[in-house]
Design a protein around this ligand. Structure first.
Ligand SMILES: [Zn+2]
Length: 501
């Protein structure tokens, strides 16, 4: 078989894996949105069968041989060509899956399935002890899996690399160590100033009205509903079920505080997926490069655009027309200030831009302590509360509002949290560069024109797929690797003005 034949063979295999992955995504989406409760056992059986099929195809000896042959034939997989990159990604994926013994991989899947159930129960009953043994098991298995990826500088590097290719623990720690005192000091100053009024966000807003304005906003952003749809689920998420099928979900509450921003957040994820290069169908190249880059795209629309004064100049009349009884007497400026109110809070997903990263840092510190053996799972609630007091000056009244609030650990997502903060930092760095190149962007946003924002992101991020590692994407777009200064400057400027610091 010649090189071309082998590359086609790889493409056929990757296409098959992606196709099965899309079927899994459809099962997941249906489970979250429409499945009747009585079907949970059936769905678990269907997903386990499909999961085993995907695992076996991904780790098939023929796949390993093909990837080895291609790597040998191409030589330097770091060469700047599409073929070398695709084979590099295929080899990486194969090794990550095949290095872990099948029994361990299946044990991990089973522990996560059980962990998710006990976490739901523990959170509902506010009883950490219900979840503690499974949590310990999940961390132990993560450590056992990391053993197969030695040598590493830090065990956390192995986990982090699953979500943020090439990023090292030491690099994230250095960024967080720089950011933490600065962000904490900014929050301290903000909280001494008078708070803007945001009581109008908490009125009883019609849910259908919220859906309408949310859909209007994401359509304006460029989300194509001919190749997507919006449904309801308990937790908003975005999923790709095919090249022409990128859906997201929403949750609506009477308060209007979060639904529009959540639309723009998930809409940002969906635009990223819709913008991946269509010519790379069936290739690893046509995937998002990392969780951090993915999150930069959602945060950019949610915060840099959606929480800006310019956006509200455009959007306030839309909101007032939809909710005249609640908002007729509220100005765009009041809305802007209300949506940017800062306070120390218990729940990460409800945190404002100024305090959000402090929640993430706490989680990363605890994950590292658990992996290094400096903290026992049973002592986690106490350690959590101590850090909440230190970082945010609050003690969670219950574990459900503390250590049990996130589902991540129960699903084996260890090393994932930092990518949320990286997303914030990347978004500011991209935005800074975009404004440098196109100073007219804020005026365009104020007129509801988002085409140039989207086109810049399409060119610099979406169409790039996984052609480059996250830091290289950042460097090619902005001239430098991750630099937290842009984020800190953005926060400082924004809140100094809002709070008159
Ligand atoms: Zn997100």
């Amino acid at each position: 078989m010649g090189l071309e034949d082998k590359l086609s063979e790889l493409k056929a295999r990757v296409t098959e894996l992606s196709t099965l992955g899309e079927v899994m995504a459809l099962l997941n989406w249906d489970q979250a949105c429409y499945m009747p409760p009585g079907a949970s056992e059936d769905r678990a059986r269907q997903m386990a069968a499909l999961g085993a099929l995907i695992h076996d195809k991904a780790t098939a000896p023929e796949m390993g041989q093909l990837v080895e042959d291609l790597a040998a034939e191409l030589g330097d997989l770091n060469a700047d060509t599409l073929e070398a990159r695709e084979v590099y990604l295929a080899k990486e994926r194969f090794e990550k899956t095949a290095k872990v013994p099948r029994e361990l991989a299946l044990e991990i899947i089973a522990a996560e399935a059980r962990g998710h159930d006990t976490w739901v129960k523990a959170k509902r009953e506010n009883d950490f002890a219900v979840f503690a043994p499974d949590l310990k098991r999940i961390f132990d298995l993560a450590k056992a899996r990391a053993e197969y990826f030695k040598p590493y500088d830090h065990v956390y590097d192995v986990l982090l690399d699953d979500y943020e290719r090439g990023m090292k623990t030491a690099e994230v720690q250095a960024v967080f160590n720089w950011l933490k005192p600065r962000q904490t000091e900014l929050v301290r100053r903000i909280l001494q100033a008078p708070q803007p009024d945001d009581s109008f966000l908490e009125r009883d807003y019609d849910l259908e009205g919220q859906r309408k304005v949310g859909e209007y906003a994401v359509r304006k952003m460029g989300y194509d509903l001919n190749e997507g749809r919006i449904d309801r689920s308990d937790h908003p998420f975005t999923t790709s079920i095919g090249r022409g099928d990128v859906r997201f979900t929403m949750r609506y509450l009477p308060s209007v505080r979060s639904s529009l921003m959540a639309h723009m957040h998930e809409g940002g994820h969906a635009l990223h997926s819709q913008g991946l290069n269509p010519e790379w169908r069936g290739m690893y190249l046509r995937r998002g490069p990392s969780s951090g880059i993915a999150e930069s795209q959602s945060r950019l629309w949610e915060n840099l655009v959606g929480r800006s004064r310019e956006f509200w100049a455009f959007f306030m009349p839309v909101m007032q027309a939809t909710f005249p009884e609640h908002l007729a007497s509220v100005s765009a400026e009041q809305m802007y200030r209300g949506l940017n109110r800062v306070e120390n809070s218990l729940i990460r997903i409800e945190a404002d831009e100024a305090t959000y990263n402090l929640h993430v840092m706490l989680r990363m510190e605890l994950e590292i302590a658990l992996l290094e053996g400096n903290l026992e799972t049973r002592d986690l609630p106490e350690a959590w509360n101590e850090k909440m007091r230190a970082n945010l000056g609050l003690t969670p009244p219950t574990d459900s509002l503390g250590v049990l609030q996130d589902m991540h650990w129960s699903s084996g997502l260890i090393g994932y949290f930092p990518t949320y903060s990286l997303g914030n930092l990347y978004a500011s760095q991209f935005w800074n560069q975009l404004l440098k190149e196109q100073p007219g962007i804020p005026d365009q946003v104020a007129r509801g024109e988002f085409g140039n924002v989207l086109e810049w992101m399409r060119e610099k991020v979406h169409r790039v797929g996984t052609r480059y590692d996250p830091q290289v994407i950042l460097e090619r777009a902005t001239g430098e690797r991750l630099n937290p200064k842009y984020y800190m400057d953005y926060l400082t400027e924004k809140y100094t003005e809002i709070y008159g610091l």
